[in-house]
Design a protein around this ligand. Sequence first.
Ligand SMILES: [Zn+2]
Length: 357
Amino acid sequence: MKQDGVQVDEIILSSQVMEVCWTHALSSEKEEIMGLLVGRVEGSKVKFFTLKVLKRLTKEKDRVEIDPSQLMAGAEFAASLKDENGDELRVMGWYHSHPHITVHPSAVDLRTQAAYQLMDSSFVGVIFSVFCTDRSTGVDTRRVTGFQADTSEPGSPSCRSVQISTDENISFTSREIFVSAYKALGELWLVLAEEEREEFNKFKAEGEIDPIAEINNQAQLSTRLAHLHRHLVMPVMQTMRLKLQIAKVNAKKTEERKMNAQVSGSLKTGDGAMKKSENVEKECRREKNDTPGKGIEKRRRSSQEVCAEKRIRSDHQPDQICLKKTPQDGPSRSSRFSDIIFKSDIESRKKSDSQEF
Ligand SMILES: [Zn+2]
């Protein structure tokens, strides 16, 4: 849905998108990187749920060039994703890095941005400034900024800053989108490795080269791939392992909460059953004409035992369903539930007995 004339006043990135963008930006200290941001417009906000990492045609310190086919691939990728309403997503922004330089967009960035805005006025740009270390203090400052090109005045476009923020809640718009954002992290390594191999093959295709030079080039390729592995793949893998561990802990906690809730629910059922069982006991007394008193202690006890038997059968009827359900899951859960209810039942009964008699 194109929304001409709407001025974008906020860019919201999902936490996954922000994570992948930073990882991408920090993957290269010498050259700029670039990618496409995929999302939708909501009023004056643009929300990004996922992204497409792009393969570069040229790798420069202050410039990045992309094959137009990559932009087409980005548009197709976006259209293949549906949001929670079943609507297609779109490429609504681009991001690139500024290694060792300011976060502000250059004149070239603003012209590129103005061209994108001609196609869609809500299109935005995001820049990640990385590897800006203050030599005197050793402090490494990383910055991110959102912007649009202001073409209201004649001449070169100027920069209009757009507020940028991260929202964790929009990461889970749909499972497909959530997975695609993390897939981009895996694609990052593949795209960068492919760029290195293409560069190596370019030299090879230029003609016959000295065998020693070729060995040197192969060694260079191996060194660069090893560098990528050490500085990109390994940290990403460690992060993923940590996330998996956190997910397992959270899943265990959720399971424990569910179990506690079930136990609590069963105990409540047990309380209700206790009242029923008291009625059964009273009924027993009536049947046996048994009234509490000192002279009939022996007979009353015997009556209690009979009633208790009836009560246990009555009380534990619902749990028998549980027991039938769970043998294949192991006896521990069902028996534990039964045990808890049973113990509680006995305790309550003792209490009830002591109050009553
Ligand atoms: Zn730039």
